[in-house]
Design a protein around this ligand. Structure first.
Ligand SMILES: C[S@@+](CC[C@H](N)C(=O)[O-])C[C@H]1O[C@@H](n2cnc3c(N)ncnc32)[C@H](O)[C@@H]1O
Length: 368
């Protein structure tokens, strides 16, 4: 587990009404989890004390970590260039704003949710974090009735775990037509097969609305996971940052989260820079599968175009760098032509066997 920001932890604890009470919080987490399972489209019940307890003690740190990961991926691509205003719509406890502010500064922030109590809580958390822009506003609005822009500042609109609750593409389209100030979009969704695939399917309508997809995609073509698989979905895996009560809280829970996943889209009206240089034999690749060990072979799914593809290698047989070569889901690489020299299998799931030279030539374009 990664350490959590001390100031945010103190502020969460004061909103939780202290002292730390893992046993009671775990019961609340379990109750909220059952609530989401039985009513997947239910609105988060912030007004219930038990739900608030679960959301702040457990879900907030996980969602903040997911947002930070997405923002880091965006930062590596130059996604934030020229954006000065951020709107966190359906902000809840501002987990997404905080995750983004850990990576990128903004001149102003607007926290929007349905109720006054929720937006005040979000504001308190952002202000206590030391990461707040000088101008932080709140408003009580819904995605459906979002008011027209009162400023022309180039804006990033974040929707973190909101579309599943608001569940309407039509609504998103209406918002984007009404808000020309929204130059960039960050959408985070639960990383399930169903929600993750629905999110990938948003790429085409967003393109029709004048947006370019910056991440996680390496290319603008069809998504190979939608095209060539019935249930695979695109997501990153990360180790979350967790407050000091985490271990005792998790020990009371049936679910353990050493790592968590997130499905996301980052889109901008500006085109995304390309890292591929086909004339120089270089292709941008994203790792979209977990490491699969098959006897002495390692296999991992990658994305670099419209086909569902894998790379594979034999660590002990190849020796040298191959023995410690490790890729995580979500890593981005530049591969040389040597990577594609030994293809096997059919187009729908082609596997490229890597030589030691190909492994040595793979360079990472991300930092963690
Ligand atoms: C699951 S919570 C996510 C909170 C936060 N964004 C995060 O990432 O942790 C969903 C939030 O979206 C808000 N919400 C859901 N549908 C909405 C809508 N149509 N308009 C505005 N807010 C909405 C809910 O009130 C709730 O606070």
């Amino acid at each position: 587990m990664n350490p959590y920001d001390d100031r945010i932890e103190k502020s969460l604890l004061s909103l939780l009404g202290g002292p730390v009470d893992p046993r009671r919080w775990a019961k609340s987490v379990q109750r909220l989890s059952n609530h989401y399972v039985s009513e997947p489209e239910a609105i988060s019940p912030w007004n219930e004390p038990w739900a608030r307890e679960a959301l702040l003690s457990y879900y907030h740190p996980l969602n903040q970590s997911r947002a930070r990961r997405v923002a880091t991926q965006g930062g590596n691509l130059g996604f934030f260039k020229g954006l000065s205003h951020m709107i966190d719509l359906g902000c809840g406890s501002a987990a997404a704003s905080l995750g983004f502010l850990q990576v990128q500064k903004f001149a102003s922030l607007e926290l929007i949710d349905r109720s006054f109590e929720v937006t005040q809580m979000a504001k308190a958390l952002v202000e206590a974090s030391g990461l707040a822009p000088s101008d932080v506003k709140t408003s009580q609005q819904s995605l459906e009735l979002l008011s027209a822009a009162d400023s022309k500042s180039p804006t990033l609109l974040i929707l973190s775990y909101v579309l599943t609750e608001a569940h309407s593409l039509r609504t998103l389209e209406q918002v984007l037509k009404k808000r020309p100030d929204v130059q960039a979009l960050a959408i985070l969704e639960p990383s399930t097969s169903q929600d993750g695939r629905k999110l990938q399917a948003l790429r085409e309508p967003l393109k029709d609305l004048g947006f370019h997809i910056w991440a996680p995609c390496t290319h603008a073509g069809a998504c190979p996971l939608l095209k060539d698989s019935d249930r695979d979905w695109c997501h990153d895996r990360l180790v979350p940052e967790t407050p000091s009560w985490w271990q005792s809280l998790e020990s009371e829970l049936p679910m353990k989260n050493k790592t968590v996943t997130v499905s996301y889209l980052l889109a901008r009206k500006e085109p995304r820079p390309s890292f591929s240089k086909p004339d120089q034999g270089q292709t941008e690749v994203r790792v979209i599968g977990d490491r699969m060990e098959e006897k002495t072979k390692v296999r991992q799914m990658i994305c670099r175009g419209e086909n569902r593809e894998f790379i594979s290698w034999f660590p002990s047989r190849l020796g040298g760098e191959a023995e410690t070569f490790h890729l995580d889901r979500g890593d981005r690489l530049i591969a040389s032509d040597a990577a594609w020299a030994d293809p096997r299998g059919i187009d729908r799931s082609k596997e490229y066997r890597l030589s030691l030279e190909a492994i040595k030539n793979l360079s990472r374009i991300d930092f963690k």
